[in-house]
Design a protein around this ligand. Sequence first.
Ligand code: ADP
Ligand code: MP5
Length: 273
Amino acid sequence: MNQKVARALTIAGSDSGGGAGIQADLKTFQELHVYGMSAITAITVQNTLGVHGIQEIRPDIVASQIEAVTTDIGVDAVKTGMISNIKIMEAIASLVKKYKLSNLVIDPVMISKSGHALLKEDARLALKELLIPLAMVITPNLPEAEVLVGHSLDNMAARKEAAQYLRDLGAKHVVIKGGHLSDQENADDLFYNGNEFTLLSSPRFHTQHTHGTGCTFSAAITAYLAKGEAPDIAVQRAKNYITDAIRYPLNIGQGHGPTNHWAHRLQEEQNEK
Ligand SMILES: Nc1ncnc2c1ncn2[C@@H]1O[C@H](COP(=O)(O)OP(=O)(O)O)[C@@H](O)[C@H]1O
Ligand SMILES: Cc1ncc(COP(=O)(O)O)c(N)n1
């Protein structure tokens, strides 16, 4: 077997509960047959009930992790998740430029579903100035998009303008995720590639097990980019992956449980029987 292996790096926080962050990203890479690597930005003490503590990692240690894997193994695509402070953001931005990591997916994580701040307020501007201009794809959820543009986005026209604003900051493709529009029948994400807007649509499932959905979705986009898919295809395939992962919950923990990374295999397994 002498097949070329696609390689993806996640730069994010660790979730001890295994549902979000680095753990969700590596599970997703593995499921999609992509070799996964990590640079940990923070260790969170976390379970399905919430975030109970955070230890940020020293910026030079974050940088060294990225250098170590980039210079030895190589990286076909990279994603960022929780980056809590400006110094870590600066370190990441300078290495993305140095190593020309062009397949960059930015999930601008700000607040956990359990309500805990994962990005310091003074780092929001740095996110816009340093990282968003480097993005191949940026995947804010609705509250994150509202913070980035500075006003509410309560209708489709406003969301389209927001996507254009993020394009103007330098992100080549934008997905404004619709998971938080809980009064809508579908879970529709607005995708913009600079030419046209499309909806990535799925049914909305009534479940409390949505911890880590954003991490899993952006990791799946990263995996498909690593395998050489074009961004327009990568986002649609990632939407299919996250939809199945929410559709068949694992019912783990007492609070907001994780998504099901095996779900996309259920159909295959049924077909084999
Ligand atoms: N209840 C749900 N049913 C179906 N899809 C959902 C649901 N909640 C979120 N999603 C989908 O999961 C992905 C992540 O979205 P979201 O939960 O908004 O992100 P985040 O975790 O960043 O808050 C999106 O594709 C969104 O449409
Ligand atoms: C380390 C880490 N990264 C990201 C999230 C966001 O995920 P969610 O919004 O589903 O809580 C999280 N809770 N923890």
